[in-house]
Each structure stands twice: as C-alpha cells, then as structure tokens.
Write a protein that binds this ligand. Sequence first.
Ligand SMILES: NC(=O)c1ccc[n+]([C@@H]2O[C@H](COP(=O)([O-])OP(=O)(O)OC[C@H]3O[C@@H](n4cnc5c(N)ncnc54)[C@H](O)[C@@H]3O)[C@@H](O)[C@H]2O)c1
Length: 367
Amino acid sequence: MVQRIYMVGAGAIARLHAKAIRKEAEAGQAAAELHVTDSNPAAVADFVRQFPEAVPHGDLETMLAEPARDDDIVIVATPPVAHAEIACRALASGRHVLCEKPLAVSREEAARMLSAARKANRLLGCCSSRFAGLPTTGRVKELLARGELGRIYQMNWIQRRRRARSGVEYQPESRWFLRREISGGGTLMDWGPYDIAAMTETLQPVRVDVLHAWTANPRADHPVALAAPFDVEQHVGALLQFHLADGSRFPVRYERAACCHGEERTVTEIEGTEGAVSWDWLIFGEDGELVRFGDEGGEPVRETSRLADATPDMMDKPIVYFRRAVAGLPSLAIVGEQAVFNFGILAAIYDCARTGEAQSVELEEPR
Ligand SMILES: NC(=O)c1ccc[n+]([C@@H]2O[C@H](COP(=O)([O-])OP(=O)(O)OC[C@H]3O[C@@H](n4cnc5c(N)ncnc54)[C@H](O)[C@@H]3O)[C@@H](O)[C@H]2O)c1
C-alpha cells in the first residue's frame, strides 16, 4: 500500500517537503499519498494549486480521522509554538511524527512529545537533520575514533552573520520569526537546532553542561525590523562542557549571530594534544573542505582535503531519512531521546542566559 504522509502547515517549508516527496516518487524510490491542512484555508488552496496530488482537509481532526496505518507519517510544518500540541495529537492518532525544527518551545513540551511517542509506540523525529551525514563530519568522526588528535581539549563553533535575520532579511513575509510568543526565540531557535545536531553527531556527548550564556539583539534599522513587533535575540553565545561516553570532557565555545556589528566569522574546529581539525559543515550540495593541523619535527603542518557530498539535498534529508527510520532501515534521522536531548541543550542555553545559572542536560537511554 502507498505510504500516507500528512502535512500540517502549508507554508514555505511544507512546500519543500512536498517537493522532496514528489522527487522520491518520480525517481521510483517511494510513492506517497500526500494530505495537507493549515489553519489558513488560503494557504491550503495555494498549496494544492502547486501540488495537485495533495488531498486538502479543513482541519487536523478531519485529516487524521481515518484509522492509522503502521507507516503513516505526519509532518508538523507550522511555526514552533504549535509544534508540541499538533505532534502530540498526531502521535495519539497512532502516527509517526516528523516535526520541524525547533522541536518545541520549551523542555516541558519536548518531554511531553517524547512521552506521547513512547505511549503510542511511534517515532518522533526532528527536521534538524538537514546537515546530517556530511562526508566532512564523517572524516572528523574517523579522526576522533582513531584518536589521531590526541586528547581533545577544546572545540570552537562560531557562526556569525552580520544581517541574515529570518523574518527581516530572509523570508520577511513570515514576521512570526520575530515574535517570541510564536517562534519561542530568535536565531538560537532558528539555527541552533542545526548547530547542535552537527555538534552532537560529530562528538556524541551523553551530557552537556551550559556553564555560561548570553543573548543580545543588536540594533539594525531595516524597515521590516522597525515595523514589526520584534522581541527575540539575534546573537547568542555560550560556554558549554561536553561529556563523552568514555568519561572525557572538554569545553565548547559556541556562538551564533544572524545580526551583529563585528566581523562575519565561521569557525568549526576541534583541538587536541596531537593535532587539530577544522571543517565545512554548512554544505549546500557542493564539496566540503577539511583542514588538518599537526606537527612534523617541530614545524606546524596543515593538510587540506576536499570531500564530495553525495548525501541527499539538504531540504530532502528530513523526510528521506525519516521514512527510512520508519521502515526500520539504518538512518541518520534524529529521533526520540536524541531529538529531545538536542533540543534540551538549546533550551538550557536560554535558561542559563536568563537566570545566570549553569544548566545540565543528559541523554536518556532509549526505551
Ligand atoms: N522557511 C524556511 O526556510 C525553513 C527552513 C527550515 C525549517 N523551517 C521551519 O518550518 C516551520 C514553518 O516555517 P515556514 O517558513 O514554513 O513558515 P510559514 O510562515 O511560511 O508557514 C507556516 C504555515 O503554518 C500555518 N499555521 C500556523 N499555525 C498553524 C496551526 N496551529 N495549525 C495549522 N497550520 C498552522 C500558517 O498558516 C502558515 O501557512 C518553522 O518551525 C521553521 O523554523 C523553515
């Protein structure tokens, strides 16, 4: 039987999921029957014009009324404030849920989603897998597994853009990005899920402490930013401590800006006693560069390699990987306890910045 995929939210990202689903069907890899609903009927009508293969529904209840089949998937593609409630209702209907990033807007919501998934014995996945499985990340994991960098003593993860605010310079029609009550937060909610997914994929920490954190919203007078209610951060920084399963721990300096007054900067780097590595992780379908640093006879050496990316398009990955996970195949989907742990790190950065108190997040064992 053809797999059923139910889309909740028919905006910008829903269209990219629908394109990915259509692409897989056209390639003969996996057919799907697509359903769609949105609280705005005009969005559904427009979606169906673009994807006439989709079956429109007036609301979520009606869409999920038919009895669930074992491999049904609901994609939650609404703004963050609605993710938890829709995901829990979809899980309770007996369906697997692939939720857009950020998974939720609070740790309590994320925990509720995980317990709904456990109760229904269904998978809960997060779309933060868009940069998962890159060959550069794979090479770094190999270096770490072989101990080639020696004892790791720090990691730097710095991603600073001067003017790249969602809801202002990017997708200005979606003003909700700028309102905390709908988005849950600013650039950390928006880009943090990818940063944290990439960091946890590379290092696989089992516990993360947030030792210090801050948030800021630097003034930049774009007319859209001035016109809209705007109460979310666009620059965030944290000092994290990663604990690995082997008992080792090291600090991670994390920074992300969609608006800042200083230089743009990208640093993705791990340093150890025997060497260091820096690498591209934000790869949009092109080759990625990886640089290894070390020592030969007292002289510093550097060696650059270019690695071709053969993984699916970044916008296709979440649904491609999740369908594999639902089918019980090996997959890079970010699901269950890992998805909730990753979100917990993000939420703990906000909590630390707000309270000034250190936070700690542990990866739960899968049940
Ligand atoms: N736009 C992007 O490039 C992008 C990329 C990756 C992830 N995302 C994530 O996807 C999610 C949606 O973002 P978007 O850019 O598609 O937003 P959007 O503004 O383009 O669309 C959101 C849609 O959700 C609908 N909606 C709102 N509340 C709803 C509810 N309770 N029930 C049903 N429908 C509801 C709105 O009517 C709208 O059509 C966000 O979590 C965002 O972080 C967006």
